[in-house]
Design a protein around this ligand. Structure first.
Ligand SMILES: [Zn+2]
Length: 150
């Protein structure tokens, strides 16, 4: 009887990256129509650098399988943020939605509310640091304009 052999290790002492079998038939319809569907047979641990904090981050093979086959995320979607930065960016997006909602409801009174306008502008600028959204130049100009009025 053969004893299970120990996994080979890289010189730096890290275990080799994990690989998980892929099942593209579980992907979203759109992903199945992509070129990747033809040649993806497995997922392999992927290291990327967070665009926001530069931390090295692991997108594990198992997490990839879950992301594409259970959550049905687009197969071509790239990860660019680590988990903490991703959560923060979601929090900021929620705050921004709230501010936009307030604005939509009471534009007239908020036009002269400097605290509100400044907070909104700060939140927009904060979100831009995560690099996920196009810069909202028009809205920032509008807010700066309103803030500069006496
Ligand atoms: Zn990060």
């Amino acid at each position: 009887m053969n004893r299970p052999t120990k996994r080979a290790r890289t010189p730096r002492g890290n275990p080799p990256p994990n690989t998980v079998v892929a099942d593209p038939s579980q992907w979203s319809e759109q992903s199945q129509g992509s070129v990747s569907a033809g040649w993806t047979h497995s997922y392999t641990d992927l290291i990327y650098r967070c665009r926001r904090c530069q931390a090295e981050t692991l997108f594990s093979a198992a997490d990839q399988k879950y992301t594409y086959e259970v959550k049905k995320a687009p197969i071509d979607q790239q990860r660019s943020l680590c988990q903490p930065c991703w959560s923060e960016s979601h929090q900021i997006a929620r705050t921004l939605k709230g501010l936009e909602g307030q604005w939509a409801q009471s534009k007239t009174s908020l036009r002269t509310d400097k605290d509100f306008l400044a907070r909104w502008l700060q939140t927009i600028e904060l979100r831009e640091r995560y690099g996920l959204h196009r810069h909202d130049v028009a809205r920032k100009n509008m807010l700066r304009n309103l803030l500069s009025q006496p």
